[in-house]
Design a protein around this ligand. Structure first.
Ligand code: HEC
Length: 177
C-alpha cells in the first residue's frame, strides 16, 4: 500500500541495528538505574501497568478497527508490534511517536485524542512489545517523552512478537495457524 517510506525506514533501521544493539548492551546497566524519563529507553520501565490497561481500552475504541485487535496490523493499518516494527522505529524517541499518533491518528479522525489518551495508548503499545512496566506513568508531553529512546529488543534472541502471540493463543484458545 505504501511501500517506499516503509522500505526506506527498514533499510535505515537495519543499518543502525548493530550499532544500537551494541550501545544497548554497553549501556544496559546504567539505563536500568536511571530514573524514568531521564535519558532512558523503552526498556527502562517507563510506563505503568495501569496506564497500559487504560490505553488498551482507548486503543480498542480508536485503533483496533484498522490495526487489528492486538495492534499486530490488519488490512487498513500496519503492525505496531514486533521486532520489525521496533527496528523501524529505533531511530525515534517516544516523543516523536507520540506526536505522530497525536497529529495523524486515528487516520479516520486525526487530532481527536487527548494528550493523556495518546500517552496511555503509547503505554499499551509498549506493553504489547514486551517492554517492562515500571512504577510511573509515561508523561503526556512530547518534550519529556523525547528523552526516552526507542531501541530494538535488548536481547536479539528474543522475538517480542512471537512471545506475545503464543501467550495470546494459549489464553484465548485460538489454535496456532
Ligand atoms: C482508519 C484506519 C486507522 C485507524 C483508525 C488508526 N490508524 Fe494508525 N495507521 C493507519 C494507516 C493506513 C497507517 C499507515 C500510513 C501512515 O503511516 O500514515 C497508520 C500508521 C500508524 C502509525 C505509524 C506506523 C509506522 O510504523 O510508521 C502509528 C504509530 C499508528 N498508525 C498508530 C495508531 C493509533 C495509536 C491509532 C488509534 C488511536 C491508530 N493508528 C488508528 C490507519 C489507521
Amino acid at each position: 500500500m505504501i511501500p517506499s517510506p516503509w522500505t526506506r525506514r527498514l533499510v535505515v533501521a537495519a543499518s543502525l541495528w548493530a550499532l544500537l544493539a551494541l550501545r544497548a548492551a554497553v549501556a544496559g546497566s546504567a539505563q536500568t538505574a536511571a530514573p524514568p524519563g531521564a535519558d532512558s529507553t523503552v526498556w527502562s520501565g517507563v510506563y505503568s501497568a495501569e496506564q497500559a490497561k487504560r490505553g488498551e481500552a482507548s486503543a480498542n475504541r480508536s485503533c483496533a478497527k484498522c490495526h487489528n485487535a492486538d495492534l499486530t496490523g490488519g488490512q487498513d493499518g500496519p503492525s505496531l508490534v514486533g521486532r520489525e516494527t521496533l527496528d523501524a522505529w529505533s531511530t525515534l524517541t517516544l516523543g516523536e511517536l507520540f506526536d505522530r499518533i497525536k497529529t495523524t491518528m486515528p487516520a479516520d479522525a486525526p487530532q481527536t485524542l487527548s494528550a493523556q489518551e495518546t500517552a496511555d495508548i503509547l503505554a499499551y503499545v509498549l506493553s504489547l512489545n514486551r517492554c517492562p512496566p515500571g512504577e510511573k506513568d509515561l508523561p503526556s508531553d512530547a518534550a519529556a517523552l523525547g528523552r526516552v529512546r526507542i531501541t530494538s529488543h535488548p536481547d536479539p534472541r528474543q522475538d517480542v512478537c512471537e512471545a506475545r502471540s503464543s501467550d495470546e493463543r494459549s489464553r484465548s484458545n485460538i489454535p496456532a495457524p
